[in-house]
Write a protein that binds this ligand. Structure first.
Ligand code: ZN
Length: 275
């Protein structure tokens, strides 16, 4: 026999559930309409040293990358590196990525172009000094060393000036299958020379502990004021220089997500000797 109270309990429970679900819905409706929509702006880490591919992958024939120029532009406004298949030295100044090809011609890269190796940052001047006497690359390294608060941080450079002469290196474009690594290609690189020219050297300093990941010491690329001459800085005699330095304490490196990178062996070795 069913007690008389049971149907009453069922009805009470059903009513309670109806009430709760309706209250819940009302609360949801209130939440949706009352909360302001917050759109968060992406935070740009300006003291971040951005580094795509590792130096020893680049040395060991990982010459095709999956980083686009448009993505690079979100990582910095100065930079140096190389385009895919070594199709030109990369020099980025004031957010514009220039390409100096093997024949010495300088142009602006397209957003869809690919990069094999790059260093970049958003440049903010922390330290600056002027050089008013003639100075070569070795002496400039010594001068910058005197101005660095510590050699344990990373630094970015924008160095504008007048050059009596400058010698820059390029790279010969390669087609797969790639035969030689940078240990062979860099000593045999095309060389471009200019005299009485104004322009900017952009680049970076990495502490020696960076090892095989990147270029230890100084690495600079040059672009002339008329944007017709550029490349990897090998030697120069400058008449006057404005040296601007950005100290960076964060370092991000991004590996190529490619088959070539996954399979690379790190058997070849190459580091610039004087840095
Ligand atoms: Zn270089």
């Amino acid at each position: 026999m069913i007690p008389k109270k049971i149907p009453f309990l069922f009805t009470a429970c059903a009513l309670l559930m109806l009430f709760l679900s309706s209250a819940c819905k009302q609360e949801q409706d209130v939440n949706v309409t009352s909360e302001p929509v917050v759109t968060e702006k992406p935070v740009v880490e300006r003291d971040l040293f951005y580094h795509y591919s590792i130096w020893y992958a680049f040395v060991n024939k990982v010459f095709e990358g999956d980083l686009t120029v448009s993505k690079l532009k979100t990582k910095g406004d100065i930079g140096l590196g190389s385009y895919t298949k070594l199709d030109g030295e990369l020099i980025m100044l004031d957010g514009v990525p220039y390409r100096a090809t093997e024949d010495g011609v300088v142009s602006i890269a397209d957003d869809a172009d690919k990069i094999v190796y790059v260093n970049a940052t958003f440049f903010d001047e922390d330290i600056s000094f002027k050089v008013t006497d003639s100075i070569n690359y070795d002496a400039l390294r010594g001068e910058i060393n005197k101005h660095l608060p510590t050699k344990n941080m990373f630094y970015g450079f924008k160095i504008h000036g007048t050059f009596k002469n400058i010698k820059c290196g390029g790279l010969n474009k390669q087609e797969p299958p790639f035969k030689e690594g940078l240990d062979v290609l860099i000593p045999n690189r095309p060389i471009f020379k200019a005299e009485n020219i104004e322009g900017t050297m952009v680049g970076f300093y990495c502490p020696q502990f960076i090892g095989d990941i990147n270029v230890a010491g100084y690495h600079l690329h040059f672009i002339s004021d008329d944007k017709k001459f550029g490349g990897h800085v090998m030697a120069f005699n400058a008449v006057s220089l404005d040296v601007s330095i950005d100290e960076m304490y964060e370092y991000q490196f991004v590996l190529p997500n490619t088959d070539a990178y996954r399979k690379v062996g790190f058997d070849k070795q190459f580091q610039y000797k004087k840095n």
